[in-house]
Design a protein around this ligand. Structure first.
Ligand code: ZN
Length: 326
């Protein structure tokens, strides 16, 4: 084999609700070049694919060309690695089933891997971050939504249809808050950024507890965290309740899959100990006794604004190289 033909770079793409970010990433996870364009002003998916392929081609051509680029990996919400499709994404402009991998591959002539955010982050953390060297672990995304991916014996477990890991839509409060998925009482409704803000508002509406947050008109999750760090009792209580439900949900999860570690990613992790101390306490209370005390709680070691493109780039190595002759 001629070693000068080895392709050592991939393109990682993060499709976010607002912005699409793409980067050329080498085999060690170094970002060599980066660009972006708005996702949200492309209501038609065919137009979006055109813009995405133009942007990828521009980025590649202005940074060394195609010779060294092996494939493309994409991280997007509600994505299915097995089918290469985005499936009924509530937060993207395109409805129904979008066979994104095939559509993009046909435009750019490179293999395309597609995965949801949790799957891509888990692969990224295993390749370049906190999960490096771990074989059995759970990665949890705590942000606008709550998701997860778990690795078993070094491989991501995807499930029969690729929808494995939806911890955000497991029930922690029977008959509780209405979730966008159609069910009630889903974990995501209590431990996502939005869910924690709702809890803070609920506490203020049902108690006399003084709180600086009462003067804030459009309370955000970042403000709840900032107030908790100032010692605000309501903010701390909102995070404690979220942590408690999170700990219980994860204890059930860990009792089933027996992980070495749980890795937390996303902006909700900014709550720090106000969230994780009650979470750990509840986790230890409910987890199966033979694994109690053995599951590490870790936070991501990747930069928050790079974790999704890095994860997507790690995903790109999971597909076979595209060839017209296969
Ligand atoms: Zn749900």
């Amino acid at each position: 084999m001629a070693y000068d033909n080895l392709k050592t770079r991939v393109v990682g793409v993060e499709i976010g609700m607002e912005t699409t970010i793409m980067a050329i990433v080498d085999i060690r996870g170094n970002i060599l070049a980066k660009s972006s364009f708005p996702t949200s002003n492309n209501p038609n998916v065919a137009d979006y694919i055109s813009r995405l392929s133009e942007n990828i081609i521009n980025l590649v051509e202005s940074n060394g060309g195609y010779e060294s680029i092996r494939s493309v990996g994409i991280s997007a919400p509600s994505s299915n690695f097995c089918s290469g499709s985005i499936v009924n994404a509530p937060n993207l402009p395109w409805k129904g089933v979008i066979p994104l991998s095939a559509m993009l591959r046909d435009r750019i002539g490179m293999a395309v891997a597609l995965g949801n955010n949790a799957h891509a982050r888990a692969i990224g953390e295993q390749a370049y971050g906190a999960a490096h060297g771990l074989k059995d672990f759970i990665l949890v995304t705590l942000g606008g939504g709550v998701g997860s991916c778990f690795f078993s014996n070094g491989q991501p477990h995807l499930g029969q249809d690729g929808f494995c890991g939806e911890i955000g839509h497991t029930c922690v409060e029977p008959g509780g808050r209405q979730c966008g998925c159609g069910n009630k009482g889903c974990l995501e409704m209590y431990t996502s950024a939005k869910g924690i803000v709702l809890t803070a508002k609920e506490i203020m509406a049902t108690s006399e507890e003084p709180s600086l947050m009462r003067q804030v008109e459009n309370l955000t999750f970042a403000q709840v965290v900032a107030f908790s760090h100032q010692g605000d009792a309501v903010a701390i209580e909102a995070l404690r309740r979220a942590g408690t439900l999170l700990g219980m949900g994860l204890a059930n999860y860990a009792s089933i899959v027996n992980p070495e570690a749980i890795i937390f990613t996303g902006n909700v992790t900014h709550a720090g100990d106000w969230l994780f101390e009650p979470a750990k306490k509840e986790f230890d209370k409910h987890v199966f006794h033979n694994i109690r005390g053995k599951v590490k709680f870790l936070t991501s070691s990747l930069e928050e604004d790079e974790i999704d493109v890095l994860g997507a780039s790690a995903l790109a190595w999971e597909v076979e190289e595209y060839s017209l002759f296969k």
